[in-house]
Design a protein around this ligand. Structure first.
Ligand code: UGA
Length: 434
């Protein structure tokens, strides 16, 4: 099948690469010419494991084409996937300007019946506006479907090839048939529904994932107060198959370009539909508080050492991990940004290291010293602070770390280390919920 994917961001590039790999002819369109030129050379503008290999291979085998031109791609395509960003506006609602612009361009270039499949996360209630926008410019027959994306950064290719479910939201039998055919080589349960329900599945899923994380963070707070061990408590809770282990790991709060924005957008659209989503407001508020709780842990860890209440003036800290999670260079809404800015406000000097995200971090956090390796980051510092759980940090040689640090203090925002072992190695160790 020949398809067009509009938007060369995370979702767009992964969708384009995977459908090309499965044997389709795929055009990927973006309005940013420089980005398209890079992609034509096989250069991916962000780090995602395996994505660059898939793109290079399919470029070479002439199944994947990058272009800025709708007229080169849309008329040849049976379906057009809309994968543009829907960033948050100041009131939390999603900004749909990129979406409507993509729809106008698509509409002007339709040739024969075309299915417009929305993968972008868009709020409920705009279906008529989408329809009207396209009808205004289209000379051909078209239909809409929503097929939300559930891939995670860091494991995007595997998630797309082996998803838990494929959601197809369209009341048109023809549209359903086309999307079922296109997804035939991909595993996962098929959920066929109407467009609104499909969009709601996306918001409800991200909202529940965020709820699990905030729940885990709340249990961690209680564990600290009740002198229990959160790792054991949540292992016991997650062992119940009705609950499950994933997303029950406490930390510095959820970040990234999806969970925080989708939670706010879901609250905003619930209000628009006359429902106060109290539960999600609490989820968001717990997540925001998690930053200050972590800052207080750092202050207390250093304070106890000094024996008096302190600001962080004169303290130098090594931060390991900047990306919002491991295996990505994505700094969007990364908890590290708020944590580091707050520490700098309190007077601390920050040296940071991240295996992938330092180039992006430099643009957002200019007042940080960036270390090319872990040893340089921790040498002579008052404490080591873990913000992102890159697996290589767990392999640190503790004897070496102790030698390099000025004071043997580790504040671990992701419970990456085994508390007992770290304490036995002579460190003062502060984790989350233990
Ligand atoms: C999330 C969803 O997991 C995907 O299913 C969805 O497709 C995607 O958003 C999207 O809407 O596009 P992603 O943003 O890549 O994917 O990251 P997650 O793996 O969900 O992690 C989000 C944040 O939660 C990270 O900061 C992570 O560190 C944090 N988290 C996650 C925890 O603090 N604890 C956990 O147990 C799990």
């Amino acid at each position: 099948m020949t398809i067009t994917v509009i938007g060369a961001g995370y979702v767009g590039l992964v969708t384009a690469a995977v459908f090309a790999e499965l044997g389709n002819k795929v055009y990927c369109v973006d309005v940013i010419k420089d980005k398209i030129d890079e992609l034509k050379r096989g250069e991916v503008p962000f780090f995602e494991p395996m994505l660059s290999d898939y793109i290079k291979k399919n470029l070479k085998e002439k199944r994947l084409f990058f272009t800025t031109s709708y007229s080169e791609s849309v008329p040849k395509s049976k379906t057009v996937f809309i994968c543009v960003g829907t960033p948050p506006k100041t009131n939390g609602e999603a900004d749909l300007s990129f979406l409507f612009s993509a729809l106008r361009q698509t509409a002007k270039n339709l040739s024969g019946y075309t299915l417009i499949t929305i993968k972008s996360t868009i709020p409920i209630g705009y279906e008529d506006d989408l329809e009207e926008t396209v009808r205004k410019y289209a000379k051909e027959k078209f239909e809409f479907a929503a097929s939300p994306e559930f891939l995670r950064e860091g494991t995007a290719i595997a998630d797309t090839l082996h998803p838990d479910r494929i959601v197809i939201g369209s009341s048109s039998k023809k549209a359903q048939k086309m999307l079922l055919e296109l997804h035939a080589p991909i595993s996962g349960e098929r959920i066929i529904t109407d467009m609104r329900s499909a969009q709601l599945i996306k918001y409800a899923s991200n909202a529940l994932l965020a709820t699990k994380v905030s729940f885990a963070n709340s249990i961690a707070i209680l564990c600290e107060k009740m002198n229990a061990n959160v790792t054991k408590v949540l292992a016991g809770v997650g062992a119940d198959r009705r609950i499950g282990h994933p997303f029950l790991y406490p930390g510095v709060g959820y970040g990234g370009s999806c969970l925080p924005k989708d939670v706010l957008a879901f609250i905003a659209q619930s209000t628009r539909f006359d429902y106060d989503f109290e539960l999600l407001r609490a989820v968001d508020s717990i997540n925001n508080d998690q930053i200050e709780r972590f800052i207080n842990k750092i202050r207390e860890a250093l304070e106890a050492k000094e024996g008096k209440r302190i600001n962080l003036d004169g303290f130098s800290l090594a931060i390991l991990g900047l990306a919002f999670k491991p295996n990505t260079d994505d700094m969007r809404d990364a908890p590290s940004i708020k944590i580091i800015n707050r520490l700098i406000d309190l007077g601390a000097k920050i040296t940071a290291h991240d295996p992938r995200a330092m180039v992006n971090a430099k643009k957002i956090l200019p007042h940080v010293t960036y270390a090319t390796d872990i040893s340089k980051a921790i040498q002579g510092k008052d404490a080591l602070v873990i913000v992102t759980e890159w697996p290589q940090f767990a392999q640190l040689d503790l004897k070496q770390v102790k030698k390099l640090l000025k004071k043997p203090i580790i504040i671990d925002g992701r419970n990456l280390f085994n508390a007992q072992k770290i304490k036995e190695a002579g460190f003062k160790y502060v984790g989350i919920g233990q």
